[in-house]
Design a protein around this ligand. Sequence first.
Ligand code: FES
Length: 116
Amino acid sequence: MIKVEPYYRLHIFCCTNKRPTGHPRGCCADRDAERLRNYMKARIKELGIEGVRINMAGCLDRCELGPTMVVYPDGVWYRAGSPADIDRIIAEHVVAGRLVNDLLLSADQTTLSAAE
Ligand code: FES
C-alpha cells in the first residue's frame, strides 16, 4: 500500500446523487443528502475545525444504505441520516478520533437493519 502525507487531515465525501424517481436502488438525494452535507460543511466551519474538507460526491455505489459518506484517509463509511448523526460524526470521529460504531457501514454490508 502506498502511504503519503494527506493534503487534508480528513477528506469527507458525501454522496448527494439523485436517481430518477422510482429507481429500485433509491438514492441519497431522496434522503436529504444535500441538506445534510451542507449542514456538515457549515458546522465544520462554525466550529473552526481546520484541515477537514467536506465534498459533495456522486454515487458511491452503496445507494441502499444512504445517505452515505466516506472519510479519508481513514476509509471509514457512515450512514448519516440526520443532523444529529452529523453532529456525532463531527464530535466523535472528526474531533476525538473515535469511530461512531452505530453509524458505521461495514465493508460487506448491503442492507440496513429493520430499525433504520
Ligand atoms: S446514490 Fe448515494 S451511494 Fe448511490
